[in-house]
Design a protein around this ligand. Sequence first.
Ligand code: CTP
Length: 400
Amino acid sequence: MKQAAAKHVTIGIGGGISAYRTLELIRLLKKNEASITVAPTKAALHFVTELSLETLSQNACLSLPLQTNNGQISHIEEAYQSDLIIIAPATCDLIAKMAHGFADEILLQTLLSFQGPVLIAPAMETHMWQHPATQANIETLRNRGVQIIGPDNGDLASGRQGLGRMASVNALFEHILSALTPKDFAGIEALVTAGPTVENLDPVRFLSNHSSGKMGVALARALAQRGALVHLVHGPLSVAIPELSNIKSYPVRSTHDMLEQVLELAANVQLAICCAAVADYRQAKIAQEKIKRSEDTITLSLVKNPDILARLGQTSPKPFLIGFAAETANLEINAKAKCQQKNCDLICANLISKSNPAFATDDNEVLILDQKGPVLHIKSQRKDCVARLILDTVHQRLVF
Ligand code: CTP
């Protein structure tokens, strides 16, 4: 089941040029099975049409004149049915009206009747954003519990560059999913390692592996959505890190870099998940100059890297520790032994096979074990779903 399934989101649109980007947000939410009502202001309809909004949302827009549906007042019913309201773009005028309780738009009337989470994505020229009146209104809204996303630096309607561009559609999407998720990991600080590590051979070549970082990023994202502060220590990733303010990214390259960063953070976290596909060996001496192609064969002299997970298993106090195990045979025996040897609380074992390559794919099949044996078998599904199921198991065992 998609994360936004069975959720109803009201999307308010103000009259700004970035309204066209909100169409993409509607599409993304629909793909994630949310039901949507769009409430454009009168000014918004100069920038986007009702026809586009209704086609993409597969629902009638909430717009003036006031409507009733079977005797029910539509904006009041919308406020009762909605799980979340997001306003994107939130113009200067709309923000001022929200701050002062105006009700001359159906969107504003709906907002005044709504008791759930409200998110706004301001978009305007830099000086309008920085004006003390706008900043005072933003402060009023923030104190009232409204979540402010952005604005970003970038291209503005005037053709200038600066602060005031509406946050990216992806950031809005991530914040919506996060706001819809119960915060059962609130107060937890977590460390997640993800992606491959990379060991240089010479200035142009390296040793690494096929890891994309998708599983680690999915875990970081799920933890952040559930309220944890996440420190994501990662090698080069093939996926984007979710734009959430409670995910802190620490890019590293070699296994030694990753170990150093992990140990620096370890004392402050209550939960650590080592999902990285760490390079087990490194070149004894990295060549300063490019290794030339003069010989028919060359011999690499590799030395063993430190085991980051095992090192975390020896720390005191030890965080609740989760490892991963990639095995091509004897999954249960090997994974249980790794769990014991590395002093983990849980280990998530992947049987690497043709049907479950696990590396660089969107799906994964996982057997969760503790030091005594199997705990839960998660059948093959999207890594986002696998991450949520892993966290459900962690939640049952982690003492808050
Ligand atoms: N790991 C680590 N540091 C290493 C090697 C592995 O932190 N130098 C962690 C991985 O992040 C993973 C777990 O240890 O959580 C198991 O990794 P895996 O590659 O399955 O096993 P290895 O310990 O490398 O043993 P082997 O390759 O012999 O199976």
